[in-house]
Design a binder for this molecule. Structure first.
Ligand code: AMP
Ligand code: MG
Length: 413
């Protein structure tokens, strides 16, 4: 097992340990937010035939060549083509067909004139302008042609993709299975949110923050509850999580007398790949995997609420996204101007909780105040994590810094 790896090394190790999960077929109507596991090739042409883009009259442009404001041309309205219907016959010279939006243009017609530009009378229609070939006609295949590859594997299914699947008549679609994550908290001080907090108890808030982070990353969390600070209880509960793709525990990874996570994982047969990442918050992160191609991956996150959430963001989230088949694994980053001076010792990468605000076309980043890893408020207030590089010791006020955007809503503000 390696210790004291850099953030970049840790990221490479965890991502190297995973490949996308198998595909499953789901009703396309339930596909929102899922990742496509197959290419979608159209068996249809859309629109299936040349069709009208307007309510009006289908005409032969040759018939209207001489039409002008003072030289109206009258055509006989031979038949009508409603949306969803079709012309029984071709349009002959001297004829127009009444046509509605979406209806197929009859054979022989090569243009549609909007009804607003037509003087309609009993069985006849008068035109005071020439028509151009193709005007207001949507050609067959304008959208999709049979054989076109319209969606690629790895595409995130959103509204437009689901609309396209429906248009192609696809009611089932192959998507990546969602990763299953088992979440365990550990500590004798921990209780559930509805339990009393006397005697120095605190609520196991990590269970809930981490479960939400899992869902946000497209995974399905299950809570394994709270393990007591004994090796036996920890072992029993960790075993219950070995059915999952990923087991995420928090606390018990430091060097205290009650920190049993590492020895218990090793006893269960988990190979630990690293312990300790040169970052703050979150140094004591441990990562391991059980044997087998689909062996459970284990993240032992530090217990402090901020450390747990930040290490999840940086290492667990990209792993879950890779399992779920996403092409983009990381949060977007922006370059922001720091509004205050920051200092630290060299050696560890700091992830500083900041509030990003737009000012003109630049971003400004200000810290959320107390950066202690126990201050969950710093996460509540933050919409970004400023990366203060390992070897740097100072960031001047006005420096341009890199910020990982935690909350995509900042882009709409
Ligand atoms: P530990 O790693 O057990 O030393 O825990 C570090 C700190 O994180 C302690 O102050 C714990 O009380 C706190 N902590 C551990 N687990 C949780 C949890 N599930 N929810 C909130 N705080 C926690
Ligand atoms: Mg503890």
């Amino acid at each position: 097992m390696r210790t004291g790896v850099s953030v970049e090394e840790a990221r490479a190790i965890v991502l190297d340990a995973v490949s996308p999960l198998e595909a499953e077929r789901v009703p396309a109507a339930d596909g929102l937010g899922r990742v496509l596991a197959e290419p979608v090739v159209s068996s249809r042409t859309l629109p299936p035939a040349d069709c009208s883009a307007m309510d009006g009259y289908a005409v032969r442009t040759a018939d209207l060549a001489a039409a002008g404001p003072d030289a109206p041309v009258a055509l006989s309205v031979a038949f009508e083509v409603p949306a969803g219907g079709h012309a029984g016959r071709a349009l002959r010279p001297g004829e127009a067909a009444r046509i509605f939006t979406g209806a197929p243009v009859p054979e022989g017609a090569d243009s549609v004139v909007m009804q607003e530009h037509v003087e309609a009378g009993e069985g006849r229609a008068r035109f005071r302008a020439a028509a151009r070939r193709g005007d207001h006609v949507r050609p067959a295949g304008e959208d999709v042609r049979a054989g076109d590859r319209v969606l690629e594997p790895g595409a995130l299914l959103g509204a437009s993709q689901l609309g396209m699947l429906a248009a192609l008549g696809r009611t089932q679609v192959a998507v990546r299975r969602r990763p299953r994550v088992a979440i365990l908290s550990g500590g004798d001080e921990l209780v559930e949110p509805d339990e009393p907090v006397d005697g120095g108890r605190i609520v196991s808030s990590n269970s809930y923050a981490l479960a939400a982070q899992c869902r946000e990353a497209g995974a399905e969390p299950t809570l394994l509850g709270i393990a007591r600070d004994t090796a036996a209880d920890l072992e029993r509960r960790l075993r219950a999580g070995l059915h999952a793709d990923v087991l995420v525990s928090s606390a018990g990874v430091s060097v205290g007398d009650h920190d049993h996570v590492r020895p218990v994982l090793e006893k269960l047969g988990c190979s630990l790949l690293f312990w300790g990442v040169t970052m703050k918050p979150g140094y004591p992160l441990v990562f391991g995997r059980f044997a087998g191609e689909r062996g459970t991956l284990v993240f032992g996150l530090p217990g402090n609420p901020v450390s747990a959430m930040v290490t999840f963001e940086l290492f667990v989230r990209p792993v879950l996204r890779k399992l779920a088949g996403f092409a983009a694994l990381s949060r977007p980053t922006v370059a922001a101007t720091l509004v205050e001076r920051l200092t630290k010792a060299a050696g560890r990468t700091h992830f500083v909780r900041v509030t990003l605000a737009r000012s003109g076309d630049t971003w400004r980043a200000m810290t959320t105040g107390n950066q202690s890893s126990g201050v969950l408020r710093s996460m509540v207030l933050a919409n970004g994590l400023l990366e203060f590089p390992a070897e740097a010791t100072e960031l001047a006020a006005g420096a341009v810094v890199r910020v990982h955007v935690l909350d995509p809503e900042v882009f709409s503000a």
